[in-house]
Design a protein. Structure first.
Lengths: 274, 289
């Protein structure tokens, strides 16, 4: 079940999107998501489709893999669409089921909402598919650096994130070991109702936490012994430097934004939605 | 290189409610002198204070009494902290809990990054150190997929990348299988020969210290024995008192001597034992004829 969720995973491949600076990808994704929400014209969505399609092609992530990521949110998607379909009123009535009726406006809103959500998920998962978690944290750190002025410990938070990422597989393995050890001692983790099963988790969580704290202590000592003392006076092994390709990517994003804006503003009136 | 005079480390002993019930001396009046380029080993069973002593060499712990100098700097002085930590790198016991990076090369680069080394130089150092420990081909791997011995080698590379004059290894092989143990010790030996770094090995595996220049034996916070491996291991009875074994070969020689076969004391290596037994056999033959 957990294995099916592909959102947030990294898909290793050699493509121009993979090579981009993480900052470009974060900023562009953010702009793309905003553009999805401010525009409401058919042509605008057409532009978004072209843009997204192009990025997917360029990223060399198989479409199948991307669609698999949508499975996890299919319920949420259905729910939103159905709610929009029946509850938005306006325009001609297309179908009448006594209490509920489907109106023209409702149908349009529902369809656009579905497209919007699907693009939103695909758009953000393209970013995680093509960027290693470490590059993402680096990019975030670099983009959020101005917040340092407001006493936000940006470097520390980024460091915590990357350490968390490093320890996820270790802690998963540890959980597995503890579970087996407890099962060997006769712990019953499978049967019973949800409350009993939750209670059965306690003998797994307690040793897991103890060991996590011990690891944290060891790691802090190891970091200190290697002269770590926060973000000051630190150099980087892999500094983020914008290359030509990154500027070009920014340019593409700006072209897309202008296109959606122009199309949304100046297309003939009857293509306007709402 | 590393020098201690009357070193004392005390900590408060607490009961279950956290009330102080007394002081515990983990390290009590220790004098050591380890010169540049030496291979020193510190032996002792669990709780003898050997790890506490090691942590002083990196200023993770600061002595509560006496003084510790690393590379001529007092570890108590906060201004010297970075210098001390840079000149005495430390490798810990648990390979998983000391690797910070999610990629091997990034982890090795962590120390130089902290020291403020320029980017080009970091790359050079990372490559050099990974080559020195024989892990260059794994540079882009995730540390999670490496074996314990390989992880420890990465940790050693991470220390070397800071260009220390001394490496302190705190039971680096305690969590490894015999192969990993050999791998790590061989790496350390090679580094010592090639780079003339001082090596301080803390361990309770006797086989690992036979090549040491100097061996210290610790028990309940004191240094109880000091000398070359040969001197130390010829005192089997004394070592037993401190709950330490001697290397298997030395043990065998000792047992043989007890049964009346006259072998010299302090045999450390298998070849030495073979030679000694040979010589004894020849002597017997001569006596008979």
């Amino acid at each position: 079940m957990i294995r099916d969720i592909t959102i947030g995973q990294y898909y290793p491949a050699k493509s121009c999107i993979h090579r981009l600076d993480p900052r470009v990808k974060i900023v562009s994704t953010l702009l793309f998501l905003i553009s999805l929400f401010v525009q409401n014209s058919l042509l605008g969505y057409a532009a978004a489709t072209v843009f997204l399609g192009g990025v997917i092609r360029a990223s060399r992530v198989p479409l199948k893999f991307i669609v698999k990521g949508l499975k996890a949110v299919v319920m949420l998607l259905m729910f939103t669409v159905v709610m929009q379909l029946f509850l938005t009123k306006g325009g001609d009535v297309l179908a009448d089921f006594r209490i509920f009726e489907i109106t023209e406006k409702g149908l349009r809103t529902a369809v656009f909402m579905a497209v919007r959500l699907i693009y939103l998920i695909i758009g953000s998962s393209i970013m995680t598919f093509t960027t290693t978690p470490n590059a993402l944290t680096d990019g975030m750190e670099s983009l959020l650096r101005p917040l340092n002025r407001f006493q936000v410990p940006v470097h520390e938070v980024a460091m915590m994130m990357s350490i968390a990422l490093r320890f996820i597989p270790i802690l998963l393995e540890e959980t597995d070991k503890i579970m087996k050890a407890q099962i060997a001692r006769g712990a019953d983790l499978e049967s019973g109702n949800i409350i009993q099963r939750t209670k059965a988790m306690v003998p797994i969580l307690v040793p897991l936490f103890v060991s996590a704290f011990r690891r944290a202590n060891d790691l802090a000592m190891a970091m200190e012994s290697r002269c770590y003392n926060g973000g000051e006076n630190r150099t980087r092994m892999k500094p983020l430097v914008y290359k030509t390709g990154d500027y070009m990517a920014y340019a593409v994003t700006v072209i897309y934004l202008t296109a959606t804006f122009v199309l949304g503003r100046f297309v003939p009136f009857h293509l306007w939605i709402f | 290189m590393v020098q201690a005079r009357k070193l004392v480390y005390e900590y408060e002993k607490r009961d279950d409610e956290g009330n102080v019930i007394g002081m515990n001396r983990a390290v009590d009046g220790i004098d050591i002198d380890i010169r540049q380029g030496q291979f020193a080993a510190i032996l002792g069973h669990n709780g003898s204070g050997k790890s506490t002593l090691a942590k002083h060499m990196n200023a993770i712990l600061v002595p509560t009494g006496g003084t510790m100098w690393v590379n001529g700097r007092d570890t108590k002085d906060p201004r010297e902290l970075m210098h001390v930590r840079q000149s005495a790198g430390m490798v810990f016991q648990n390979p998983d809990n000391q690797i910070i990076g999610t990629v091997v090369e990034e982890d090795v680069g962590f120390g130089p990054e902290n020291l403020g080394v320029p980017t080009d130089e970091i790359w050079k150092r990372v490559e050099d150190s990974l080559r020195a420990v024989g892990m260059l081909e794994y540079r882009t791997h995730s540390p999670n997929k490496l074996s314990g011995g390989q992880k420890q080698r990465v940790a050693i590379a991470g220390v070397i990348a800071m260009e220390p004059r001394c490496i302190v290894l705190d039971e680096p092989t305690a969590m490894l299988d015999p192969n990993g143990r050999k791998e790590v010790i061989r790496t350390v030996q090679e580094l010592r020969k090639r780079r003339n770094v001082t090596v301080i090995l803390i361990t309770h595996y006797m086989e690992e210290v036979i090549d040491a220049d100097q061996v210290y034996v610790m028990d309940s916070g004191h240094i109880v024995m000091k000398g070359t491996p040969r001197e130390i291991f010829s005192q089997v009875e004394e070592l037993k008192k401190y709950r330490l074994d001697v290397p298997q070969v030395t043990m065998l020689a000792e047992e043989l001597r007890r049964r009346g076969i006259s072998l010299p004391r302090g045999i450390l290596r298998r070849e030495e034992l073979v030679d000694a037994v040979d010589r004894y056999a020849c002597m017997l033959k001569e006596n008979q004829s």
